[in-house]
Design a protein around this ligand. Sequence first.
Ligand code: ATP
Length: 233
Amino acid sequence: MLQVKNIQCGYKDIVAVHDLSFEAAGGEVFALIGANGAGKTTTIMALAGHIVPMRGSIIVEGHDISSGRAQGRLAHGIALVPEGRRVFPDLSVENNLTVGGHTVGREALRSNRENAYQIFPRLAERRTQLAGSLSGGEQQMLAIARAMMASPRILLVDELSLGLMPKMVDECYQVVDTLKQQGLLIILVEQSTQRALEVADQVAVLESGYLAWHGSGESARSDSSVVSAYLGN
Ligand code: ATP
């Protein structure tokens, strides 16, 4: 579904990600992990079209989208759950979902909303509540649900668990599992590697902008040298 070939990305004359390549399929969780400043967000921003790679290509279902911008990404089935959630605080839960579904037709909007409320019963209970008054964990759920409203096939999630209480982290990871079962490819950026590792089908470790390790989730979980070198926490 997604092929990333030798991308180099950054900001003006700063190169933050060097020569990164990987492939991932629908129904997979691809965990991108690494320390502060390793290049995780830069990679996600390139996939989301907010940064155009200086070199290399991003190919989705055979289409080269490397030079495309963020607005066009939904047409290629890519939706972003940005770091820090960024829900619309003055809109209700339901209206946040409606905004998320602005690119789909009326019928898809209705069925995506029902799907979202089924996956997130907590949001269904709070559909008229202003998003700004939700807890951090509920806002994260809303951010995921809003991204799902556009019927994406690839979901980019930047820092799923940042700042959430353990119970909310559990719930968010259960949702990731459900979306994976629904056939989505989920690209997950996490600083807290432990949880990401548990669900990942593939793991890529970035170190100072370079791919330091890449393998299956299973090999990352079972190889103690990888765990101690890169995934210590
Ligand atoms: P964190 O976990 O702290 O968010 P990260 O792995 O997501 O880190 P990036 O945010 O991708 O890392 O940053 C990679 C490098 O790019 C860092 O050296 C950072 O200082 C630099 N960088 C990030 N954003 C910008 C920007 N807007 N302008 C210039 N340099 C930037």
